[in-house]
Design a protein around this ligand. Sequence first.
Ligand code: ZN
Length: 334
Amino acid sequence: MFTFDYELFLGKRSGSVQKCCIEPTSILIKIFDEFKIKNAIFFVDTTYLLRLKENNDSRSTADFIAVSNQIQELIKKGHYVFPHIHPHWLDANYLKENNQWDLYNNSRYRFSHLNELERMELFKKSVEVLQEIIIPIAPQYKIDSYRAGGWCIQPFADFMPSFEEHKIVNDFSVMRSKVNTSDIQFYDFRNAPYKNIYTFENDPLVESKNGRYKEYSISILNISSLNQFLNKLLLAVIWRLKYRSMGDGVGSVASAETAVINEKEIKEMVSMELLTDVRLPLYLKYIKKNEYMHFISHPKMLSHYNLVVFRKFLAKFTSRYEFETDYKKMLESL
Ligand SMILES: [Zn+2]
């Protein structure tokens, strides 16, 4: 399962939509075409789209159209597009001089920082803005899935009324064993079930056999300190060769993470932007041993080097295995 958070940077400078979303995503579309892969999921930062719509500047209108066109292209190619909400866009300032945004104010980083009325309203507008873009070209398309901004899906009670109202039944926010205890970006997945896909009712960390909602947990790799060390060396070389992320903004301070489980081994999400030649054998070993592998990646974070390694992964993977990339066809028992 290949999932992406389609968004700008969420700190002092957002970067441009061309560099953070449009250009890297066009490359991804080509790679997926080449390997005949469909059903990638793009969680689009709808809060950004809402700000573009209301901003009185012709460049924002042009950016909105560019994103709309790419979303329509993704849908036509057989990929999915679902909402992803970063509430602190509500407090973002437009930087007229370079057509970017300042998202330094993160006092409302989490959905839970909004009051109930604001939450219902923002979720509704988020679903509607995607429908407005998608329905004209795919009238039957159903928005039934969600990933929380910054993985902040807790407390789930804050999302339930919106999930109910908009018939959202799938969540993609849980990363087993990861934890971030800052109040700005809080999540605690240490007690998540040891399952890849499961149903739940009131809490995404508690499996409930007849629960209304389905969790598709993000895959986590155990990385040894040796692999970690070799990867650092490699990244230093890559950096000198100027293989940088394609995005051109500045990240949020909130993305810092507190999670080191023990010193010998770290837990790392399965992600295209973390994929290197040192990590590649671990990815191939993982898919050999597991029936489920859920990538979470960000177009803005990808470098051309990551894509070279991702192609190697796909070449090996697609030639060795029969696979299913459509979340709708994956079994709960996995
Ligand atoms: Zn995000």
